[in-house]
Ligand binder design. Structure first.
Ligand SMILES: [Zn+2]
Length: 423
């Protein structure tokens, strides 16, 4: 990771040599800090960690992802840069949000899809995000941010001497997500994405009026919601009456087009069916945050009964068992989480911690290393130090504690303490 970010950083210093490029969407010349190739490389390198830190992929209904990909490809094909290596995923995240990374790597949260009514509204979201990628909105400030974070361990999960404390673990893990990658574009970039997005919608045969409705949905969502819930979406795409009005004006240029309401409702049918299960899960999270673990368990059990294929529900059950020192039960629940979605880092971290507590250090090491491959975290580095130490490998333990110490915060301090004891 380090050498790659160094190479990319050197690329930035070489910038003045690459200089001006023509914006593929507007046709105007603009100064760019990155070549299109560097942009694609940065997007590709950061796509998986960004997904991981925001819930991982939604796996309960793979049909939904396939559907979003079909609509996405249709819009990408009529965009100003159809040749970008576009990818579209649905993230297992309650927050209504969507984002685009440089190079055409896009993501749509399950928590946004549930609010949309038809395929044309989905096309409005996708079209908007494709413009961010195609017009290289992220190429300047955002890519620099991504590169700075590329070699850095993600911090933010507090650790206690024995077992991680629930509240810190839950909230901290979410904070990792928002720090890891956040799209932030200027007002003009947003307006350009709205306007050009509608052009792509019309070209792909969709009713551009849906983009007006989308902004109206966003304005509505921004009213009367707690800030934590809306932060993600509205930090990246601030809604306003101005945008609604501008979109309404642009939409008149593109009359007609399809809505495909039935197809969309069919595609999100599983999400609609599981609405209650996710509500119970959110209640469980809130109760766990208040340290009411027994009540939280009752709600998460309801969620599991309603949708046993959702890995997040099993993961939470595992966390709650871990919190109550029921380590064997925690392992069983985390087994189910990993079975449901083997491609998400978090349950590996928790099961690794559980195995470490059970003195099954080979299994612990395997899980923690697997989690690191998906997303390097400070807490996994710390527990890899614990595991190496328990196995008598002091040099390796020192290396891991050193990594964890570099992340700072509570875990950093704990790791420093362990390093001191090793010497
Ligand atoms: Zn935007």
């Amino acid at each position: 990771m380090k050498s790659l970010s160094l190479i990319l950083a050197l690329g930035i210093f070489a910038l003045p040599l690459t200089g001006c490029v023509v914006n593929p969407v507007t046709g105007k010349s603009q100064l760019s800090v990155m070549s299109p190739e560097q942009e694609v490389a940065a997007g590709a390198q950061n796509y998986v960690p960004a997904q991981q830190s925001q819930g991982g992929q939604y796996t309960v209904d793979p049909g939904l992802t396939a559907y979003v990909q079909r609509v996405g490809k249709k819009l990408a094909a009529v965009s100003d840069r159809p040749d970008l290596p576009y990818e579209f995923v649905v993230l297992n995240n309650d927050v209504p949000n969507a984002w685009a990374m440089p190079g055409g790597k896009l993501a749509f949260n399950r928590g946004l899809l549930i609010y949309l009514e038809d395929e044309a509204q989905l096309a409005a979201v996708i079209g908007h995000e494709i413009v961010h990628a195609a017009a290289r909105h992220g190429a300047q400030q955002q890519t620099r941010n991504i590169l700075m974070g590329a070699g850095v361990l993600l911090a933010g999960i507090a650790v206690a001497e024995k077992s991680p404390e629930y509240g810190a673990l839950g909230a901290g893990a979410l904070a990792v997500g928002s720090q890891a990658w956040q799209a932030k574009y200027g007002r003009n970039d947003e307006l350009e994405s709205d306007e050009v997005g509608m052009k792509y919608m019309a070209k792909a045969g969709y009713d551009a009026q849906a983009a007006v409705e989308l902004q109206e949905i966003f304005v509505k969502l921004s009213e009367g919601r707690n800030t934590g819930f809306i932060e993600g979406l509205f930090a990246s795409h601030p809604p306003s009456q101005e945008r609604v009005a501008k979109n309404r004006q642009h939409a008149t240029k593109y009359p007609g087009g399809v809505r495909n309401k039935e197809a969309y409702q069919k595609a999100i049918a599983q999400l609609t069916k599981d609405k209650k299960a996710y509500e119970n899960y959110q209640k469980a999270q809130k109760l766990a945050g208040e340290k009411k673990y027994i009540d939280a368990m009752a709600y998460v059990d309801q969620s599991i009964a309603q949708q046993p294929k959702e890995n997040l529900f099993w993961e939470m059950k595992g966390q709650l068992f871990l919190q109550q020192d029921k380590t064997n039960e925690a392992v069983t629940a985390l087994d189910r989480a990993i079975q449901a979605n083997p491609g998400y880092f978090k349950p590996y971290v928790f099961r690794g911690i559980a195995y470490n507590q059970l003195k099954k250090n080979d299994l612990a090491e395997k899980d923690l290393l697997t989690s690191q491959r998906y997303l390097p975290t400070q807490i996994a580095a710390y527990y890899l130090g614990e595991v190496s130490s328990a196995k008598g490998n002091r040099a390796q333990a020192a290396k891991y504690y050193q990594q964890a110490a570099e992340g700072g915060g509570e875990i950093g301090e704990a790791a420093k303490g362990k390093l001191g004891k090793l010497q």
